[in-house]
Design a protein around this ligand. Structure first.
Ligand SMILES: Cc1cc2nc3c(=O)[nH]c(=O)nc-3n(C[C@H](O)[C@H](O)[C@H](O)COP(=O)(O)OP(=O)(O)OC[C@H]3O[C@@H](n4cnc5c(N)ncnc54)[C@H](O)[C@@H]3O)c2cc1C
Length: 432
């Protein structure tokens, strides 16, 4: 039986290697640290949490809480380590980052089927391989990927706009229309002159994330965060992403002073993207300020805006839902690199890639996670080949196939979680 090479011992690579080994498959795990550093990691431990020590909500009322439970039931090393390293954090699961990383490092280093190689892989090896080198993939390997895919399929930063659930948008105010009567594809949040200037003032005064050097290059490429546009002049946004041209508010019969446009983000129409709203305002400030927008007073954000270095691939065009490269059966991708966003989402993608790479080498049929689970809904999102303009995404209930009936709020989330865990149990029987 072939040995599987895993590139990167982060959240995804660590989990993938574990799943392979626990299913009896030999692994060669390459980790370039400490020989070669990244700009965010500080240790040479596996599964290092580079920023926050929170793995977010533990409640089944959230898709990330559900994902944790699914991973536990699938024998995840990352979840076992997280539960062992837990620190008090209310309804969230937060960990002592050193205990967590030591646990993962120890489990993998002592497993007889895992060979650890502390070296950078600069080229893709032949034979079964999982690429899990993360958002800060080394330049040499990034160049290899660029050559394999072509530069239009490999991205180096996120410029993410917030995404909102449909049911939280006030459609008494937000109206459907495309500019100049070309259909009704967008939801439009109209602003009066006074509302617009208050909004701009709030953006200017908001707390922002510190700027890093590489980000100036991003701005230069024409991907300006809204606060930078606001800083350049109080009317800049009204002539940019908030321009009202070609739109008439049916309530007033007149053109608004400014308009925030929302674009449908999923086929089911449960999610809406704020057009042109990439930002480096802190998350609490985004929630507060974006709820000033008429029609978004009660907005529920499934993703907030950001702008940061992130190597990721155009998964909808390149990957199958098994996480195999469409043009090479034994080449898998996992982690933040496939366009999932977050520690746990990255690890969950590693779990699926590990299971499938193991099945490939043992001759078992490959698996697609049920789309009704948090894992499956997220993988279906990132590998949906109808998706254009791909941007990374956290798991969230807006990605799930709808339930029959008209459940809302907590009841709906409880029913989604229940269905997910039932479907997971049936799917799990195929794995063992
Ligand atoms: C600065 C920053 C802050 C973030 N903060 C958060 C946060 O607070 N919360 C959150 O949920 N998510 C956060 N993320 C997003 C994401 O969840 C993490 O980046 C997460 O670690 C991704 O997991 P991964 O396994 O895909 O990559 P990583 O955990 O980064 O693992 C990839 C591993 O591959 C190694 N590697 C890279 N290239 C090679 C090579 N050529 N050969 C061998 N090894 C290689 C790296 O050293 C690394 O150990 C952040 C991302 C960044 C960049």
């Amino acid at each position: 039986m072939d040995c599987v090479t895993v590139i990167g011992a982060g959240l995804a690579g660590g989990e993938a290697a574990w799943q392979l080994a626990r299913h009896g498959v030999s692994v060669r795990l390459h980790e370039m640290r400490p020989t070669r550093a990244t700009e965010a990691h500080h240790t040479d431990g596996f599964a290092e949490l580079v920023c926050s020590n929170s793995l977010r909500s533990a409640s089944l009322e959230t898709a990330i809480g559900l994902l944790k439970e699914e991973m536990r039931r699938l024998g995840s090393l990352i979840m076992t380590a997280a539960d062992a390293a837990q620190v008090p954090a209310g309804s969230a699961l937060a960990v002592d980052r050193h205990i967590f990383s030591d646990y993962v490092t120890q489990a993998l280093s002592t497993h007889p089927l895992v060979e650890i190689r502390r070296e950078e892989l600069q080229t893709l090896p032949a034979g079964p391989t999982i690429v899990a080198s993360g958002p800060l993939t080394s330049p040499a390997l990034s160049e290899q990927l660029r050559q394999l895919f072509g530069s239009e399929y490999l991205y180096f930063y996120d410029a993410i706009a917030p995404v909102i659930t449909t049911e939280s948008i006030n459609t008494d105010i937000a109206f459907r229309a495309s500019r100049y009567d070309h259909g009704s594809d967008y939801l439009n949040c109209p602003m009066s002159r006074e509302q617009y200037y208050q909004f701009v003032e709030a953006i200017l005064a908001a707390e922002k994330m510190p700027e890093k050097d590489f980000e100036r290059a991003i701005y230069f490429e024409g991907c300006l965060p809204i606060e930078e546009m606001a800083r350049r002049g109080k009317d800049t946004l009204a002539f940019g992403p908030l321009k009202p041209v070609g739109l008439v508010d049916p309530q007033t019969g007149a053109r608004p002073h400014a308009v925030v446009q929302l674009r449908q983000d999923d086929r089911a129409g449960t999610l809406w993207n704020m057009v042109g709203f990439q930002t480096k305002m802190t998350y609490p400030e985004q929630r507060r300020i974006f709820r000033m927008i008429p029609g978004l007073e009660h907005a529920e954000f499934v993703r907030l805006g950001s702008l940061h270095r992130n190597t990721f691939i155009d998964s909808p065009r390149l990957l199958r839902p098994t996480l195999q490269f469409k043009e090479r059966d034994d080449l898998f991708f996992a982690g933040q690199m496939i366009g999932v966003e977050g520690y746990l989402e990255s690890a969950a993608a590693g779990l699926l890639a590990g299971l499938n790479a193991g099945r490939l080498v043992t001759g078992a049929p490959l698996l697609i996670a049920p789309p009704t689970t948090s894992l499956g809904a997220m993988i279906a999102y990132v590998t949906n080949d109808e998706r254009r303009d791909f941007q990374p995404m956290n798991t969230n209930y807006g990605l799930f196939p709808p339930l029959p009936g008209r459940l809302r709020g907590r009841e709906k989330k409880a029913a989604l979680a229940e269905r997910a865990l039932q479907d997971l149990a049936a799917w799990k029987e195929k794995i063992t």
